[in-house]
Design a protein around this ligand. Structure first.
Ligand SMILES: C[S@@+](CC[C@H](N)C(=O)[O-])C[C@H]1O[C@@H](n2cnc3c(N)ncnc32)[C@H](O)[C@@H]1O
Length: 199
């Protein structure tokens, strides 16, 4: 593992130096099966935001399926790598801070993978309340949640009770399954969940 100068994962510099050195142990190098299935089974394209997109593999799947997708990341090195990897879909990736970003149109879907667990537990409430602010009633928060007790991070696991207490005030869980194609770091502790924004 390379030696890194930055240890605070709330800062841009933390992520930039890891992307610059291609040290990305969270990266799945593709779209997880549960999300592929979700997109295939959706009845209509959904206006989608991907916060903290990293290399943004999901962008190509969504754009090729006719979905309106915006992927954001606050780290310039992540944005540059994603744009390069996405070629014709590079314009879907925007450098922006999740906590400041204002979508151009009303969202129908937020996709979560390795963003909640990338930031320390002290940020959990801010993330959950921003998800709730960004989605209208009926909107969906879908993706992958690392439910685990971890002494340190990232990735920072979250206890199931904590996740429920964060989300249940504004969302209803309508689907949950243990993920079967997790990368090693998440294996056996990663859950696919679909949450619907309450009225
Ligand atoms: C662990 S990586 C996950 C990347 C991607 N979602 C994936 O599954 O491969 C976390 C990402 O969140 C980004 N990030 C962290 N804080 C952010 C913020 N406040 N706004 C936007 N992006 C942020 C980082 O730059 C990094 O690319």
């Amino acid at each position: 593992m390379p030696g890194f100068k930055h240890r605070d994962s709330t800062g841009v510099a933390f992520w930039d130096e890891r992307f610059e050195q291609a040290f990305m142990p969270w990266d799945r190098a593709g779209v997880p099966e549960e999300f592929q299935r979700f997109v295939q089974q959706a009845q209509a394209p959904l206006t989608t935001l991907i916060p903290g997109c990293g290399l943004g593999y999901e962008v190509a799947l969504l754009a090729d399926s006719g979905w309106d997708v915006t992927a954001i990341d606050f780290a310039p090195a992540a944005v540059a790598a994603a744009k390069q990897a996405l070629g014709p879909h590079a314009d879907k990736v925007v450098q922006a801070d999740f906590f400041q970003f204002q979508p151009a149109t009303t969202l129908q879907l937020i996709y979560e993978r390795a963003f909640l667990c990338a930031l320390p537990p002290a940020m959990n409430e801010a993330i959950a309340s921003r998800w709730a602010q960004l989605l209208p009633p009926g909107g969906l928060l879908v993706g992958f949640f690392f439910i685990a007790e971890t002494p340190s991070g990232p990735p920072f696991g979250i206890a199931r009770e904590k996740l429920l207490s964060l989300l249940q005030p504004n969302f209803k869980c309508v689907e949950e399954r243990l993920v079967e194609d997790s990368i090693t770091v998440f294996a056996g502790r990663e859950y696919w969940q679909v949450w619907q924004r309450k009225v």
